[in-house]
Design a protein around this ligand. Structure first.
Ligand code: E9O
Length: 610
């Protein structure tokens, strides 16, 4: 089945359940009281104390309680909803409950009846609940969601729980969650929860693949239908001015667009992010009644391809030097419109036109913004911190394949998404990594033959076992930071060697997918020392000098680490989080931001291709 973004139309309604929910963390010794005592059977307020919790949001930073900030285990959310009478009046409507994402493992009940569970913290899940609502339409419908943020060797990202049993050192029941990634494990219901309706017979999924020939755009589409054996489908492509530019009938076909307006990245064309609207109209009859369903999908017409030295969009290789990177960790991971719009404005101010969704899928709402603004996206799954050899086992791989299924299913129609990343900095030198990445990358290519696939490596070029299978080499490196700290003078030679080694071995285009240095805003020193704004500036400039030589050959992108400062676990390497942002967590520029702004706009304004 499909996972179309819920949109209103003449046949569909959407009701957001965002706002305040009742909330309780299960602090009982075995963290399982909620299940033992069936908290889902009655109102949460009847089984114990509740607090207000906003949805969407991470719960960690909402209260002043460090135990909730650092909580590991089940938390319980609940709210009631009154459903419009027309939804339950006739039997012709489906009512679907959809959770944009909840971190990490979720179980959902409606009026005390378990309706679904979901494994994975970053992708949407949904379930039809119409029959449960109809049982008693006079009482509000009660939705309970239990969410568990525990990470294990089989989750993505992986982690381990470590119990500390030495009672001379630790209190009873003390344990910690270990993991190998560099961001705070924010948890909770991170994205919108909503109800939406469709008719009984409905458009379940749409897949579009776009191409062009001279002036003619081609939109190959496939529509799958549920709830009707003999549905009729009509498909219309509408341009930005509301003109119908192509039509077709049936579940599969090709729409031909004369004088096509292609989808282009920001700063690569004067009209970036051009979107058509593909309107799919379904009609079906079941003897008694007829059903009509309408769904409109934004479509950008563009191609993506890779050669041994280039990454091409619409057969053009102008874009990919204007790349930045980001992590959506403002206050927390909850979808936050003011922050999203601010960040897009900052990216445009910099002259950046690309990012990687490090290190987990971002909200669909963000990808829709990218579609409209022409921001190019490397879409990364939550495969970060795969360092333990046991995380290369069968159970982990099986789950990783399912996550790629869910990611491609959700994001396949976004023109902004130009490449899949299946992991970040795995221990790719370990023997099982070869089979693991071969399988994972082949699986992803089978799901989507139209986009290149990569993973981000920090491993040595000679020992990396997965690199033979990627289309683009993405390398992270931190010369003069994690290696040779304080020695800025090593950057030119080490970065050159890095590129020459990787290209020499693989003859594939290379993206510098991370580089940078921590800078505590306001710390200054000349000559530069680590953690000052000056040091961060010089690191970037030294890298850029090498990029400027290599981008004439095969280096196709530069992604600064990082867009903005972000929170991490507490530790001796982090001063209230990772400070490699060129913006602070409050989105104010450090000195390095001005270096990038000058560079990106200069590159954008170069009329030639190099
Ligand atoms: C992943 C990213 O999430 N790459 C890390 C970034 C960082 O700032 C992190 O925030 O730490 C860098 C990985 C560095 C690997 C080299 C470690 C060498 C230790 C001596």
């Amino acid at each position: 089945t499909g996972m179309l973004f819920p949109r209103e139309s003449s046949s569909r309604e959407v009701k957001e359940l965002n706002g305040l929910w009742d909330f309780r963390a299960d602090q009982s010794p075995n963290r399982n009281q909620g299940f033992d005592r069936a908290w889902y059977k009655s109102r949460l307020a009847e089984t114990g104390p509740v607090i207000d919790m906003p949805v969407p949001a991470s719960y960690n930073d909402i209260t002043q309680d460090p135990a909730l900030r650092d909580f590991i285990g089940w938390v319980w959310y609940e709210r009631e909803v009154v459903v419009p009478a027309r939804w339950v009046a006739d039997g012709g409507t489906r009512v679907v409950l959809r959770v944009g994402s909840a971190h990490y493992y979720s179980v959902v009940w409606v009026n005390g009846v378990k309706v679904t569970e979901h494994d994975g913290g970053h992708l949407p899940f949904e379930v039809e609940i119409g029959s449960l609502i109809r049982k008693d339409p006079t009482v509000p419908c009660r939705i309970t969601i239990a969410v568990n943020n525990t990470l294990t060797l089989e989750t993505l990202p992986p982690g381990t729980i470590q119990h500390m049993d030495d009672r001379t050192k630790y209190p009873e029941g003390f344990f910690v969650q270990n993991f190998n990634f560099d961001f705070f494990n924010y948890a909770g219901i991170h994205r919108p929860v909503l109800l939406y309706t469709t008719p009984k017979a409905y458009v379940d999924d749409i897949t579009v693949v776009t191409d062009f020939l001279d002036n003619t755009g081609l939109v190959k589409y496939n529509v799958s239908v549920q709830g009707a054996a003999n549905a009729t489908l009509s498909v219309t492509l509408i341009d930005k001015d509301g003109r119908c530019v192509a039509t077709s009938n049936g579940p599969a076909g090709v729409l031909k667009v004369v004088d096509v307006k292609l989808w282009w990245p920001y700063l690569m064309h004067e009209n970036p992010g051009y979107l058509y609207s593909m309107e799919v109209r379904l009609t079906a009859a079941d003897g008694k009644s007829t059903f009509e369903d309408v769904y409109s999908l934004p479509v950008g017409i563009r191609t993506v391809s890779v050669t041994s030295t280039q990454f091409l969009i619409n057969n053009n290789f102008g874009y990919n030097r204007l790349i930045t990177d980001r992590k959506f960790c403002g206050k927390s991971k909850g979808l936050d419109w003011p922050l999203i719009v601010k960040d897009f404005n900052l990216m445009k101010w910099l002259g950046a036109n690309s990012f990687r969704t490090s290190h987990y899928p971002y909200a669909e709402e963000i990808l829709q913004m990218c579609d409209r603004h022409g921001i190019v996206v490397i879409d990364e799954c939550p495969g970060v911190g795969i360092k333990d050899i046991r995380s290369f086992g069968k159970a982990s791989l099986t789950h990783h394949l399912v996550v790629m299924d869910e990611l491609v299913r959700r994001d396949k129609n976004h023109p902004s998404v130009v490449m899949w990343s299946v992991a970040n900095e795995p221990a790719a030198e370990m023997p099982p990594a070869e089979f693991y990445f071969k399988t994972l990358i082949q699986h992803t290519k089978a799901l989507d033959p139209t986009r290149p696939v990569t993973y981000i490596t920090a491993s040595n070029y000679a020992r990396d076992k997965g690199a033979p299978y990627v289309d683009v080499i993405c390398v992270n490196s931190y010369f003069s930071w994690y290696h040779d700290p304080g020695h800025l003078e090593v950057i030119p030679i080490q970065l050159n060697t890095q590129f020459e080694n990787w290209y020499g071995k693989y003859q594939k285009p290379i993206i510098q997918s991370e580089y940078g240095a921590d800078a505590v805003p306001g710390l200054h020193s000349d000559p530069p020392v680590m953690f000052t704004e000056e040091y961060q500036k010089v690191v970037l400039q030294s890298y850029h000098n090498v990029f400027d030589q290599k981008r004439k050959q095969y280096v196709i992108g530069e992604l600064i680490w990082n867009f903005a400062d972000f929170m991490t676990v507490q530790g001796i390497l982090r001063v209230v989080g990772n400070k490699k942002g060129v913006f602070t967590r409050q989105r104010q520029p450090k000195a390095a931001a001005f270096i990038l702004r000058e560079r990106y706009w200069r590159l954008a304004n170069e009329t030639g291709r190099l």
